[in-house]
Design a binder for this molecule. Structure first.
Ligand SMILES: O=C(O)CCC(=O)C(=O)O
Length: 256
């Protein structure tokens, strides 16, 4: 990794066009291992606050807490305040500089209300996530946030890596294209054609995916015997405020 990585103009154009960008090997093996170790310990202890697979009821999730696999954690929440090792990455100069470039704005903040989590996919009982835009439940002045997904281990189709639809962050859809939970309906020909354009986001440990909050993405189940672990934070410009009284304003944003 260069001492102070910066996006080239071509990289910035790619992000603007596709709605995502993958920076390979941005975080060192050693730093990833430190973060993974803390995440594993918290996961083993089910250290609250956590979201369980039963909370979301996505395809493949157990139905009730007392059913087999019912206590499978999906996300360890509040990563920012969980441990300095996560905080250090979230507020690092490297990340700040890259986000300043992507937003073309110097005043960038981390949202403590969205993502801000260790995203896990555990063997056996983890769910698939259908096609959605993160913005669907987020309330800010503008739908212009960027999430930063750090792979703490390898992410492939077999352990449920993300899939994205390039350029979908720029598309506008009538409400009939979505189901009751604002996932893309898969019974419509026009949605099927769009979904057919997806690309897989296979990541190696230390790779970072930057993606726009309007980018459609989905993920499969983990069919391996090892937990997949990623660290995910979301950022916005200071001038793009969460709407008062909404879930997006539940916790104060942090200037980085
Ligand atoms: O890993 C997954 O299942 C995707 C998670 C996701 O897209 C989300 O929580 O917004």
């Amino acid at each position: 990794m260069p001492a102070s990585p910066t996006f080239t103009d071509a990289d910035l154009c790619a992000f603007e066009r596709d709605g995502y960008f993958i920076w390979r090997g941005l975080v060192t093996e050693a730093d990833c291992s430190k973060m993974k170790q803390v995440a594993d310990t918290h996961l083993a202890e089910c250290l609250a606050p956590a979201e369980y697979e039963v909370d979301v009821c996505y395809p493949g999730a157990p139905n009730t807490l007392d059913s087999l696999g019912g206590e499978t954690v999906r996300r360890l929440l509040h990563a920012f305040s969980r441990h300095p090792v996560f905080r250090d990455w979230a507020t690092s100069k490297v990340l700040r500089n890259l986000l300043v470039q992507l937003f073309a704005d110097d005043a960038v903040q981390l949202s403590q209300s969205h993502h801000n989590c260790i995203m896990t996919k555990r063997p056996g009982y983890s769910s698939a996530t259908l096609w959605h835009q993160d913005n669907r439940y987020w309330d800010f002045d503008q739908q212009n946030l960027i999430s930063v997904w750090l792979a703490l281990g390898d992410e492939q189709i077999k352990n449920g890596c993300l899939r994205v639809i390039p350029g979908s962050h720029k598309m506008n859809f009538e409400s009939g294209r979505f189901d009751a939970n604002l996932f893309l309906r898969t019974d419509l020909a026009e949605n099927k054609a769009l979904i057919g354009k997806f690309v897989r986001v296979a990541l190696n440990k230390g790779d970072v995916l930057f993606f726009h909050s309007k980018l459609f993405h989905a993920a499969g189940r983990n069919l391996t015997n090892e937990t997949k672990t990623s660290l995910v934070f979301t950022y916005h410009e200071m001038k793009n405020s969460p709407i008062h009284g909404t879930r997006s304003a539940r916790y104060p944003s942090i200037s980085i």
